[in-house]
Ligand binder design. Sequence first.
Ligand code: TYM
Length: 384
Amino acid sequence: MADDFDVTPFDVEGTVDYDRLIEKFGTDEIDSELKQKFFELAGDSNLYVDRDFIYSHRDFDKALDEYESGEGFFLYTGVGPSGKMHIGHIVSFYFTKWLQEKFDVNVYIQVTDDEKYWDRDITDEEIEKYAKDNIREIAAVGFDPDKTFIFRNREYMGNMYDGIVKIAEKVNNSQASSVFGFEGSTNIGMNFWPAIQNVPTFFEEKRCVIPAAIDQDPYWRIQRDVAEKFGHKKTAAIHSKFIPALTGPEGKMSSSKPKTAIMLGDSPEEVEKKVKKHAYSGGGDTLEEHREEGADLSVDTSFQWLRNLLMEDDEKLKEIAEKYSSGEMMTGEIKEILIEELNEFLQNHQERKDNADEKVEKMMYEGQLAQEMWDKNIDLNLVR
Ligand code: TYM
């Protein structure tokens, strides 16, 4: 039977069956054994992984073994500056920061001011505006400024170009079109794009680990096909699910569909209004029905966001789950809890964003890692 959902780096359609997606993409589940080892080495547990929001991986077990043996790994993630960022976009960055803190490793962040020009109907002025804004959002997450390098492709291209040339020679049109569904009408920039999104996985000799939502996985398949030809390790990846749209479990939160998203810059009033008006409820249609049947937590946006993103207190979450699913708690009440938690998270994030200028300078140009990277060329030493 054909699946009634589709996940590509460009879009998510339907209600995603995440177990089925693991089979489809050929990735591995983060099972309890891996979780245990991960938390032991990190010296702490992580909310997203604990709650199975971050749930799948490729070779992350190998990266942990290499960390244990002293070889280590490095982290890479990115953003496409095609709009303002929403809370879904920032999850991978908070998780990456957590990994940096626990494992004391370098982080590379690619800002794709080329990809979005090719992929969207968007002007250079808009890209410029969003790239600057997105970089400030990312700086607000709180990465170590001497161990983090944020780069914009159009600016850093000279240092990466040799590596990109070598990767591009190894990927042919059939691979690119079968992995990404490129067609005759796709512009040739996008055809070339997988080589650019993959070059940062070669920034260090060690294994790269990529935290991102699972939509980005098709790129890593290309990398894993070519890496060993360059004497490099296949990249590891650690995949999250999608923060569901405010409006319900179909598709994902998307800045191009305003009703579906809470933006990182939303005010407390906007958050309240959006949640009250649009947050999809798993509760019963009428009071009687709700009291009798309770809420379906699996489709309820408020519960899913609290569980996957915001509510650290296990006991409190359990209590909400019990009360809401039994019909004792009403949708209006869980929405109030969500509004409060969201506003607290956003207020802290926004304050850090307001004070991000110095951090941006360091992570792009002046910090220790940034300076090293501006002096370096990525040379993949291909022996032909
Ligand atoms: P972009 O800008 O579409 O997305 C940025 C990051 O956010 C993740 N994401 C989500 N995560 C959870 N819930 C959602 N609803 C949601 N929507 C998006 C994406 O998976 C991504 O991690 N081509 C990339 C930019 C890029 C990149 C990378 C991303 C370049 N190099 C390396 C990850 C890793 C893009 O356009 O991302």
